[in-house]
Structure formats: structure tokens, C-alpha cells
Design a protein around this ligand. Structure first.
Ligand code: ATP
Ligand code: MG
Length: 569
């Protein structure tokens, strides 16, 4: 599957098909207006990116609009830090809501007025049952619900009680406002759902003005309606709530009410995607904050080195479906490799250095080797990398007793040093105490310099290296999946306990290498810059870097077997 092929064929997703139909019939006067409505109770993750790309993408494609709206109806869980991070992340992904940034809390007055209308028209009542009793009365799929004894209160009494609820006369949980729909509905959401509850909590925007707060199912359709939303796209778990969405708008006498359209949420194999669980991991120190590079949060992916382009491309290519499924994490990695292959300059860095001495190379001599910056990008040019008698190579690139099919350096063997010479291993030294190999000796063939005629002599492998004289020390952080791979790829069950999650944590998900050596051309690299370390993967400069001591995160290794995986399927 290649991005270009998909772009050309432009499959129409089913939401676009609905929009096309609505445009044809001139529903909403041809307007297309969407929204992305996060609840500010955590940082955004890649699942939200899918929703962002879908909503803003559809708006763009249809000459429509897309709002950013904070669904901040739940004061207890929401924080300003989350709002700021969400604003930053949506912009970073490349989308813009212009002047249409809204807060559900800005509509509290209007929602209250609308609740009064519901009461006055006999569509809502104040109920004194306790939360447990409400649950009990609701019944189950097989047992019909029972009507609340408070269901037939007079409109006048309801108005007085609701007013008193608002004035703070009653304790949390002692009364609620409920829709008067049908306790025998086959849809549990329609069995007189709660519209307002008492919650004596300060809200980050409205302060102590309110002690009653609207429930999501009441607030959401109204928010959409107030903003003139036409297509209210949400995830599948809200499918059973749609009749209630429509009921609220019908009772509000909404003209051209928005329509709710559900799509399958993004799940990624062996990846935590619930905000609650992510928050658990962050707050209990299982990861290093919301931007830990192992997390699928947008801030984690950014710190890891993902580009917005790769994330958007991923979201486009996985498509929009009506049934839940799990996307293989390797497809996300494939998308970032594809992007960085074109963009990331190639450099040399040795992660586990082993000293290599070229005995027949003149001491105190240095040569500048021409090195291509990116063979995939003809405009990227070349740079000089200095070569000298003492170098470092990757420890794993030397073997004193090479196993079968090991073609790298070994006693008596020849390899090429990238952009330099062919060398032949003549000897190696061990630390007497530890037995560790500490130094490899070799000779070089002066006629074999890369780019020279005669340099074309073939050897089986090419190694990267850095010069001992000029290499810079750096810290490199390597990551594996945060969760251990499960045998079968299953959806993360939402109710799986936190302990189960902790047991699934991969104890080797983060490895820190402190003694890495990088070529001096990287001296002034800035946080966020991305490189390909030849043969080692794609890396991104971490914000923990200080001048003279760089820290890199490995974004992904180079090995991409996505095409192969697809071939096997
Ligand atoms: P979580 O279930 O992880 O706590 P949420 O659905 O409660 O997330 P919201 O802030 O309510 O998070 O989500 C904002 C929007 O993003 C909603 O429209 C929601 O449907 C969508 N969204 C959330 N998670 C995903 C996902 N995994 N895939 C696609 N869309 C998602
Ligand atoms: Mg939600």
C-alpha cells in the first residue's frame, strides 16, 4: 500500500458520502460545519488525532468549518494544563479553528434556560431517588424500568425544585433533573436519563457560579446546535445515545438539527489508548510524564520525533470504518519511516563504541571525507566528515569468533568504512580482568578510498564509524513498546484493572546509553531536529539536551517489514 496510490483513488469514506448526499438535497443550505470536542481531562492521543484529522479534514475538503470546543461540563476532572496542551497539539498537527474556539461552559446559562423549557413542556422532572435507586429503577436489557415516584410532579413543583437545586439548597447526589421519556424503552439510555446533577465543585471557568452541571448526553446536542454544527461525528460507543441526542433537539424544537454520525475509534495493537489509563500511568510514575516518548499521546509522539505529516498520513490511510478493529502499531512506524526517509539527513553515530586503530595510517593526519547528506534528496548536498587513525565502530560490528553468516569485521576479514577505506582486521586486545574486547587493530588499503577509481573492490559489509579525535559524546535513549506484546491482538478492554495494566508493562521499554559518540557535524543540533543515524534508525534531539551534551530519542529502527507483513496477510 503506497500513499500515492491511495491519494489518487481517494476512497470516499462513509461520512463524506453522507455529506455528499446532504449537499445534494441542500440540507443545511449546503453548509458543512464540524467540531472536535475534547473533554479537557487529559492529553490528546493518537486516537484523538484520528478524530481531529477526520473532522478538520472533512471541513477543509468540503469548504466547511470545524470548531474546537472544550467539552468542560465536568468540573471535577478538568484542568487548565490540559486545555493548553490540547490547543498546542491541534495546531501542531496542522489544523486551525480560526476564531471558533468554544467552551461548553460558556453555554451553561442557555442550557439552564433550555432545561426550564423542557420542564415547562412536561419533558423533564426533578427526581429525589438516590443514585443507587435510579440505577435499580432503570432495569436491564431484559427487565423493563420502573417509573420514579417523582415522575409525575407538577410543572410548578419541578420549576421550584430545579431553581432550588441551582441555588445550592440540596446536597450533592440528593436530587437530579431527569428527562421524561419512557421507562419501558428497549434503549436503556432513553429510560428517563439524568440531565442535570448537583455537584458543589468549582469550575475552572465559571468558578462557583454553578452547583448543578449538565450531563454529557444533554449538553452535547445543545452545544452542537448552538454552534450550528451540521455533522456531529463521534465514536461508535455513542450509537445507542443517538436517539437521546435526537430527542433533546426535537424537544428544543431545533430547526435543521445537527445529525450525529458514529465511526469506529482507533485502537492500536498493544497500546494504551484510554485517557483514564494514560493518566493512571502518568500519575503513578510508570512513565516520565504525559510527553514520555513511549506514550501514544500527541506530546509523547512529538517528543519521540514523529512528524505531524506522518501522523496525518497514518490517520488518512487507516480510513474511517463503522466497525471496531485494531491497527498494527507497525503501520504507524511504517508511516514515520516513509516520511523521514525523504527528510532526515544521514549522519554517523556509534551507540556502543569500540576503539579501532588503523596501524598503517599516519599519526596526526586527518582527512575530510565527502558524505552524502541524503541519497533520497538530490538537493541535500554533501558534508565533510573527518577521518583519522583512531576511530570508533559499533561493538556489535566486530566479532572475534564470527558465527555463520556474520559478514562484519573479524580477525583477517575486510570491511569498508562508510565513505572511507577498506580495512582489514589484524589483531584485537582484551581487558585482562574482564575479558572484554577493548581495542581492534587493522590496516587500511590506501587505494580503496570511496569515490576513487579502483575503489570499487567489493567487500561484504560497510560499517559506520566516528573519528576518536573529533567525535562528540551524546546520550541516546532507545525505546521498545511500553506494553509487552499480547499473544493475540485484542482490543484493550476498558474495564481491565490497573493492576493488569501494570503487569503488562515492558520492563525494558526504555534503555539509556550514556557513552554514545556522534560526528561533530551534529554539534549545533536543536531539540526537535531529526536524523538518520546510519544503520541504527531515526533519531530526534530531545529537549533535555544542553549545549555540548545532546540527548537523542530513537524514533524507530530502520528495519521496516510492513510490506512483508502485508504480503503475508
Ligand atoms: P478516552 O475514551 O480515551 O478517555 P474520550 O473519548 O473520552 O477518550 P474525548 O476528549 O471525549 O475523549 O474525545 C474527543 C473526541 O475524540 C471525541 O469525539 C471522541 O469520540 C474522539 N476520540 C477519542 N478517542 C478516540 C479514538 N481512539 N479514535 C478516534 N476518535 C477518538
Ligand atoms: Mg469522551
Amino acid at each position: 500500500m503506497c500513499a500515492k496510490e491511495l491519494k489518487n483513488s481517494e476512497p470516499v469514506n462513509f461520512v463524506q458520502a453522507i455529506i455528499d448526499k446532504d449537499k445534494k438535497t441542500n440540507k443545511y443550505g449546503g453548509r458543512v460545519h464540524l467540531r472536535f470536542p475534547p473533554e479537557p481531562n487529559g492529553y490528546l492521543h493518537i486516537g484523538h488525532a484520528k478524530s481531529i484529522c477526520l473532522n478538520f479534514g472533512l471541513a477543509e475538503k468540503n469548504n466547511g468549518l470545524c470548531n474546537l470546543r472544550f467539552d468542560d461540563t465536568n468540573p471535577a476532572k478538568e484542568e487548565v494544563e490540559y486545555i493548553e496542551s490540547i490547543i498546542y497539539d491541534v495546531h501542531w498537527l496542522g489544523f486551525d479553528w480560526e476564531d471558533r474556539l468554544f467552551y461548553a461552559s460558556d453555554y451553561f446559562d442557555r442550557m439552564y434556560q433550555d432545561a426550564l423549557t423542557l420542564i415547562k413542556e412536561g419533558n423533564a422532572y426533578v427526581c429525589d431517588l438516590s443514585p443507587e435507586e435510579i440505577r435499580e429503577y432503570r432495569g436491564t436489557f431484559t427487565i423493563p424500568g420502573k417509573e420514579s415516584p417523582f415522575r409525575n410532579r407538577s410543572i410548578e413543583e419541578n420549576l421550584v425544585l430545579f431553581e432550588e437545586m441551582k441555588e445550592g439548597k440540596f446536597a450533592d447526589g440528593s436530587r437530579v433533573l431527569r428527562a421524561k421519556i419512557a421507562m419501558n424503552s428497549p434503549n436503556l439510555n432513553m429510560r428517563d436519563p439524568v440531565l442535570y446533577r448537583i455537584l458543589k465543585e468549582s469550575h475552572h471557568r465559571t468558578g462557583d457560579k454553578w452547583c448543578i452541571y449538565p450531563m454529557y448526553d444533554y449538553a452535547h446536542p445543545l452545544e452542537d446546535y448552538y454552534e450550528g454544527i451540521t455533522h456531529s461525528v463521534c465514536t461508535l460507543e455513542f450509537e445507542d445515545h443517538r436517539p437521546l441526542y435526537d430527542w433533546v433537539l426535537e424537544k428544543m424544537h431545533a430547526e435543521e438539527p445537527p445529525q450525529q454520525i458514529e465511526f469506529a475509534r482507533l485502537n492500536i495493537s498493544d497500546t494504551v489508548m484510554s485517557k483514564r489509563k494514560l493518566r493512571f500511568l502518568v500519575e503513578n510514575g510508570h512513565v516520565d510524564g504525559w510527553d514520555d516518548p513511549r506514550l501514544p499521546t500527541i506530546s509523547g509522539l512529538r517528543r519521540r520525533g514523529y512528524t505531524p505529516e506522518a501522523i496525518r498520513n497514518f490517520c488518512d490511510r487507516i480510513g474511517v470504518a463503522k466497525t471496531n478493529s485494531v491497527v498494527d502499531i507497525r503501520f504507524l512506524e511504517h508511516c514515520i519511516r516513509e516520511d523521514l526517509n525523504l527528510k532526515a539527513p544521514r549522519v554517523m553515530a556509534v551507540l556502543n563504541p569500540l576503539k579501532l586503530i588503523i596501524d598503517n595510517y599516519p599519526e596526526d593526519f586527518e582527512e575530510e571525507m565527502d558524505s552524502e547528506n541524503n541519497p533520497e534528496d538530490p538537493d541535500s548536498g554533501t558534508r565533510k566528515v573527518s577521518f583519522s587513525r583512531e576511530l570508533f565502530i559499533e561493538r556489535e560490528d566486530f566479532h572475534d569468533n564470527p558465527p555463520a553468516k556474520y559478514y562484519r569485521l573479524a580477525p583477517g576479514r575486510e570491511v569498508r568504512l562508510k565513505n572511507a577505506y577498506i580495512i582489514k582486521c589484524t589483531d584485537f586486545l582484551r581487558d585482562e580482568k574482564t575479558g572484554e574486547i577493548v581495542e581492534v587493530h587493522c590496516t587500511y588499503d590506501p587505494e580503496s578510498k570511496s569515490g576513487r577509481p579502483g575503489a570499487m573492490r567489493r567487500v561484504k559489509s560497510t560499517l559506520h564509524w566516528v573519528s576518536a579525535k573529533s567525535a562528540l559524546k551524546a546520550e541516546v535513549r532507545l525505546y521498545e513498546n511500553l506494553l509487552l506484546a499480547s499473544e493475540q491482538q485484542q482490543e484493550q478492554s476498558e474495564d481491565a484493572g490497573d493492576n493488569e495494566l501494570v503487569n503488562k508493562l515492558n520492563p525494558t521499554s526504555k534503555e539509556i546509553l550514556l557513552e554514545c559518540l556522534i560526528e561533530p557535524n551534529l554539534m549545533n543540533a536543536m531539540p526537535g531536529e531529526r536524523f538518520q543515524f546510519m544503520r541504527k534508525g531515526y533519531f530526534c534531539v530531545d529537549p533535555d539536551s544542553k549545549p555540548g551534551s545532546l540527548v537523542f530519542n530513537r524514533i524507530v529502527s530502520l528495519r521496516d517489514n510492513w510490506e512483508k507483513i502485508m504480503g503475508e496477510v
